[in-house]
Design a protein around this ligand. Structure first.
Ligand code: FAD
Length: 405
């Protein structure tokens, strides 16, 4: 049976379901009705369900009036994903679905409501010494697990474990008539959502759909034990092609947890923002804290400040890696392998300025500076020897971090 409601009736019905405070109209909708870049058609109302049952009831009420729905998670996208072109829709803000439903270390999964942010999930799991394989985009302070599963996001954890969708075990989906569909093992009555591949891959159907096939109400992801040690390292490249080739080689060995690359404009922007935020001081303190002694720490801060700034300010492209290990020795071994792979890439590059003379090669990487193409190697004041012998790309020293379990 179809129930027909007119617009005032619909707003009244929505208010009955979620409460007046969670139905926004007029100017109050403004912050929700635009994404990072744009604002398109104005919604009829923004509705914020506080539970999966309320979400289902809202879907039923809008279906009854054939009112289109758009779905917003953290609102951190810039693809018009939840911005319809025609007015009159109801915009669902899923930020109110922010509970972590189950953490089951034994069966190895965590179930969250769709509006949980990646930062919230990471902090909660860290208290148990756990993590998810993919652990969020760079917008993870605001971006939600539901939004990222709907957009096939990449970033944290992608070096080792792939995109967001590859960390999805199961979804509870609210379908167009308001009913609930579970995917993965949970599709069978009484089963826990501990595995994705249980018959045809219904979970995969809903990944990357931008919400067009249904609304993700709950998401289940696998759990991993966090590794105790991690180390970051950064490399500078003069051109995109060499950087891309280096990243390709490293990614094929699956030895890093996360990586990201920036061009010069973005890198400079990051430095400026960090300077403004006083982050440099925070980084320095963290290096000192994790060093065996104050003197060693200060020495490392000085090295990092000089060589990292020099490398970043003089380079067109940067790639940053984070590697993990059971202990620092494993993390260091992974860094060593990344250096080897990058050196092999640079050795094959035809560009002369990335080649170093024998004297330079024997020096620690942080004391090298890039010679201009015309002059050959100028790694030290006395060295003017043009050379075609390849060696390492420039890298910033890495700072050890040991996570508390
Ligand atoms: C500073 C910044 C950094 C970023 N970094 C990255 C990055 O590293 N990697 C990356 O891939 N992207 C990145 N992004 C883009 C964006 O933040 C991500 O795609 C993020 O996953 C969006 O999540 P969200 O919760 O904000 O989704 P929203 O922007 O709210 O929605 C995104 C899409 O998913 C749909 N949707 C949302 N929730 C649900 C749900 N529960 N069920 C069904 N559909 C839903 C929406 O309708 C929309 O189509 C970045 C953006 C910014 C501004």
């Amino acid at each position: 049976m179809t129930i027909t409601l007119d617009r005032p009736d619909l707003l009244h019905a929505l208010t009955e379901i979620v409460g007046a405070a969670n139905v926004l109209t007029g100017a109050a909708m403004q912050p929700y009705a635009e994404d990072v870049y744009r604002k398109l058609a104005a919604p009829l109302a923004v509705v914020r369900p506080g539970s999966v049952e309320q979400l289902q009831a809202v879907v039923r009420a809008t279906a009854a009036t054939q009112t289109p729905l758009s779905i917003r998670g953290g609102g951190a996208s810039y693809t018009d994903g939840y911005l319809p072109r025609e007015e009159g829709h109801v915009l669902l803000d899923l930020g109110g679905l922010d509970s972590i439903v189950t953490i089951d270390p034994k069966a190895g999964y965590v179930t969250v409501e769709a509006g949980v942010t990646w930062a919230h999930l990471r902090d909660e799991l860290a208290r148990h010494g756990l993590r998810t394989p993919f652990w969020g985009p760079f917008s993870g302070l605001k971006a939600t697990v539901g939004g990222s599963m709907s957009q096939n996001s990449v970033s944290h954890g992608s070096g080792a474990y792939g995109i967001s969708a590859e960390s999805a075990l199961s979804f509870d989906i609210v379908t167009a008539d308001g009913s609930l569909l579970s995917t993965g093992a949970a599709a069978a009555t009484g089963n826990l959502p501990f595995t994705r591949h249980f018959g045809p891959d219904l979970t995969g159907l809903f990944t990357g759909d931008c919400g067009t096939l249904g609304i993700k109400a709950r998401i289940t992801l696998p759990l991993l034990r966090s590794r105790a040690a991690h180390r970051p390292i950064s490399f500078a490249f003069p051109d995109f092609a060499t950087m891309h080739e280096a990243m390709r080689r490293v990614s094929q060995e699956r030895i890093e947890d996360s990586h990201f690359a920036l061009d010069a404009a973005l890198s400079q922007g990051q430095i400026a923002r960090q300077d403004r935020a006083g982050a440099a001081l925070g980084i320095a303190l963290s290096i000192i804290k994790s060093s065996p002694s104050l003197v060693a720490g200060l020495r490392q801060v000085a090295r990092a400040a000089v060589s990292a700034r020099k490398a970043i300010s003089g380079s067109a492209y940067m790639v940053h890696y984070i590697v993990e290990g059971f202990d620092d020795a494993e993390a260091r071994a992974r860094l060593h392998r990344i250096r080897e792979l990058l050196a092999a890439t640079v050795a094959r590059s035809p560009r002369p300025w990335r080649r170093w003379c024998a004297a330079c090669r024997s020096r620690p990487s942080s004391t090298r500076s890039a010679p201009p193409a015309s002059a050959g190697c100028r790694c030290t004041a006395s060295c003017r020897t043009p050379t075609s012998r390849p060696s390492m790309p420039r890298s910033t020293p890495s700072t050890p971090r040991v996570r508390r379990r």
